[in-house]
Write a protein that binds this ligand. Structure first.
Ligand code: ARG
Length: 568
């Protein structure tokens, strides 16, 4: 379906052609609604390029512009902006089109790609903590949006299940394990022995060496160590699954680091043969002498003792994703500290001749109210599950106050929807690369740019329909008697323009902010325009606007991984 933006862009392109000018500038929503709905800076850009007066150029473009029924004859403002104000008739028709469309106007891409999204990717034998939130939520939202836009998405959990931590876990398992504690809470016990071993290894060289030996035995396929490893990974996976269930996160594949273990010798050999890697002081190393920023940052892919590392695994991983999974693109949603790692890996991929589009999608940190990295009182990382439980507890309090008569089960369900939604939204609302401060009060507020506010707008609409007895929608045509009605309709039509933009720069915050604006437009409308008490045909027209608002809110939140309750 064409959007207003695409329709205007076409007309503009025609006008520029007719005026003997090249395409230029960017068509954007108007910065000030008093000047119209959209604006373009084409004349300013062309003026600069050609050393001509932009206002004169703007007048020339406008003179060739055929507005048709779409908008009023465009005006020129300021130094040469061209403004477009949509005609109410065009808004009414487009809104009807969107109403009838299950996809709410969002067109599927014309160039679908197969995209592997590597997100979440926690480490086995360690609990997931608040630091994993951003990768998990961001990756999930991008996956949902890419899929909705018609891409083929493969969600991959690249679990750290083969790292050096297992040398310690195995030594701890053999020397410190409390079997009863393991039965009660397996992951907690594994984490305990890991931490204690880690502590001892840093003070006792003997323990450090013993851990190293356990790791070597594991990697050489020692049966006892493999069994312990298997058991630890299984316990970790169960623990992750519980959290994914709460968060409604799903993976298509979970090829952890161990999946690539057998391929590592082949990777090193191939890179040596291809002249991409060389032997240096007994290790196999890739140098990036011709890449200025990496020139003094060689990468070891086989250590002197024959061991492989995280980087070797990632080279094998690209190979698998490109050659076996046939990925056109791989998106790595991983924190900024791994920037150098991915630059090196991508450069190797380039040298190997992979044509897939490789992106490292970084993000900022989650901070506590003290603006430092979020930690528990004892200075540890905040375990993710505890945080999510706290979110539900706090949301439950809100429901107890707001709607005390609901049944116990329903209250708990709604609390989960609101609590988890609040955590997700607070994260996705942020500009991806900035740090943000985690604040319960802010994220759970019913008034402000929060999930509960948006969910409440949805609930309000559902209650209008319940009150009306859920009548089938009668939508002949929309009536715009009040400015709030046409403003809401225009907002609704923008959904189709916003969703594809999220993937330019991977910014779910654009969608979050749009939904907030939509809820605001709805509240303005709701205050100005009675719905159920109004006469026909206004009543049906307003009900249609309500219905569409609810559907856009629901779909938009769903694309962010957030559910809506029917009441709250
Ligand atoms: N397990 C790693 C960590 O916690 C993240 C893995 C990211 N993905 C990758 N292909 N390296 O830091």
């Amino acid at each position: 379906m064409e959007t207003f933006q695409s329709l205007l862009a076409k007309k503009l392109s025609d006008a520029l052609k007719a005026a003997d000018l090249p395409d230029a500038g960017e068509l954007t929503p108007a910065s000030d609604p008093r000047f119209g709905d959209y604006q373009i800076n084409a004349a300013l850009v062309l003026g600069k390029q050609r050393g001509e007066n932009p206002r004169v150029l703007a007048e020339k473009i406008v003179a060739h512009f055929d507005a048709g029924d779409l908008c009023e004859p465009p005006g020129v403002a300021g130094p040469g902006f061209i403004n477009f104000a949509l005609r109410p008739g065009a808004v009414g028709e487009k809104t009807m089109e969107v109403l009838r469309d299950e996809r709410l106007g969002v067109t599927e891409t014309e160039s679908p790609r197969r995209i592997v999204i590597d997100f979440g990717s926690p480490n086995a034998a360690k609990p997931m903590h608040v630091g994993h939130i951003r990768s998990t939520l961001l990756g999930d939202a991008l996956a949902r949006i890419a899929q909705f836009l018609g891409h083929e998405v493969i969600r991959d959990n690249h679990i750290g299940d083969w790292g050096t931590q297992f040398g310690m876990v195995i030594w701890g398992w053999k020397n410190l394990l409390d079997r009863q504690a393991l039965q009660r809470n397996p992951l907690a016990e594994i984490v305990r022995i890991y931490k204690e071993t880690n502590h001892r290894a840093s003070n006792e060289p003997g323990v450090r060496e013993a851990c190293r030996q356990e790791l070597i035995k594991l990697q050489a396929g020692d049966k006892e160590n493999l069994d312990i490893w298997n058991e630890c990974v299984a316990f970790s996976m169960q623990d992750f699954e519980r959290t994914y269930k709460v968060l409604d996160i799903h993976y298509d594949i979970q090829c952890g680091e161990s999946f690539y273990h057998d391929r590592l010798p082949g990777v090193v050999e191939r890179l040596l043969k291809g002249g991409i890697a060389e032997i240096s002081e007994g290790a196999v190393v890739v140098f990036f002498r011709d890449v200025p920023e990496l020139a003094d940052k060689p990468l070891i892919i086989r250590k002197r003792d024959g061991g492989f590392n995280y980087a070797t695994t990632d080279i094998a991983t690209i190979d698998y994703r490109v050659n076996d999974l046939k990925a056109d693109a791989i998106w790595y949603v991983v924190g900024a500290p791994q920037t150098l790692h991915f630059k090196q890996i991508f450069e190797i991929g380039r040298r190997e001749g992979y044509r897939a589009d490789l992106c490292h999608i970084v993000f900022g940190n989650v901070l506590g109210e003290d603006r430092k990295l979020m930690k528990t009182r004892s200075g540890e990382n905040v375990p993710l599950r505890e945080l999510l439980e706290e979110a539900c507890r706090r949301a439950r309090k809100i429901i107890d106050e707001k709607n005390p008569d609901l049944g116990e089960d329903e209250k708990n369900d709604i609390a989960a929807t609101i609590g988890i939604g609040a955590v997700k939204y607070a994260d996705l609302l942020q500009y991806r690369t900035t740090d943000y401060i985690f604040s319960w009060d802010k994220m759970l507020s019913l008034h402000g740019n929060t999930a509960p506010y948006l969910q409440n707008a949805y609930v309000r609409i559902r209650s209008i329909f319940r009150k009306a007895g859920n009548p089938p929608l009668k939508i002949g045509r929309l009536i715009f008697a009040d400015a709030a009605e046409i403003n809401l309709a225009k907002r609704l039509c923008q959904f189709a323009e916003i969703v594809p933009q999220v993937l330019n720069g991977f910014r779910p915050n654009i969608l979050a902010n749009y939904l907030f604006e939509l809820a605001n437009s709805f509240h303005t409308f709701y205050e100005a325009c009675p719905v159920l008490k109004s006469e026909e045909p206004a009543r049906s027209s307003r009900l249609a606007l309500c219905d569409l608002t609810a559907r856009v809110l629901q779909r938009g939140l769903d694309l962010l991984g957030i559910k809506v309750p029917e009441r709250m």
